[in-house]
Design a protein around this ligand. Sequence first.
Ligand SMILES: Nc1ncnc2c1ncn2[C@@H]1O[C@H](COP(=O)(O)OP(=O)(O)OP(=O)(O)O)[C@@H](O)[C@H]1O
Length: 247
Amino acid sequence: MSGKRVIELRDVAIYHAENPFGRQSAERLVRSGELVLSEVDFSVEEGEFVYLIGRVGSGKSTLLKTLYADVQLLVGEGCVVGFDLRKLRRRQIPYLRRKIGIVFQDYQLLTDRNVFQNLYYVMRATGWRAEAEIRRRIDEVLQLVGLEAKHYKMPFELSGGEQQRLVIARALLNKPRLLLADEPTGNLDPVTADGIMRLFLTIARSGCAVVMSTHNTNLIEEYPARTLVFEKGRVKEVDMQALLGRI
Ligand SMILES: Nc1ncnc2c1ncn2[C@@H]1O[C@H](COP(=O)(O)OP(=O)(O)OP(=O)(O)O)[C@@H](O)[C@H]1O
């Protein structure tokens, strides 16, 4: 994988299988698994912004899960931020996840801890020890997402858009080279979604690649970028501007 590539998938097929990352061979998992996608071939470079679109159940989340090793890659070649997905062992998964940021639609925040504590918890859990550095980094990410005045707010005291910003701040704590976002604007009103999109574009411009699934083609129209379409078990790149122009 070239130094600038953060994702490289070659002739990949993706299966949902029971007990991934265990002792069973890939062949055995493939035999008992359910095929979701095949012939997947694409790469993403540092700083790129990529949309994933497709109907409900077309495999967008499953592909994202494969990239952060929630689903095991059983067929083809796959490399994410320097980790070979075919050779990945269960114990290596936390190290891969420290190099990527993950943003879900359901925020998965610690509801009994404030903004600062939500971030502090993650930093301690990912090996940061020096208090001053932890505080500095928390200040930096909160500033980046525009929540610098909200350190002591509880999650329930934040709006949906602010909660999503906090999730993005959390994903950025370890300076990832890749941000994976699964329908991050799905629960947000159009104006708030717009703010989140602009934040993602700023993040991409800083050099961190952003891969985001969405059902919202208005966003693509407004913020054009590379687009991968999931259809009939395959993934193909499309010229979205040409496509939207014809509608
Ligand atoms: N844990 C699982 N075990 C087996 N099959 C699964 C599992 N999770 C999802 N699937 C199947 O994988 C296929 C792809 O689902 P996936 O959630 O990746 O689609 P999606 O494109 O993200 O959909 P949506 O737009 O609704 O989020 C579906 O047929 C789904 O039923």
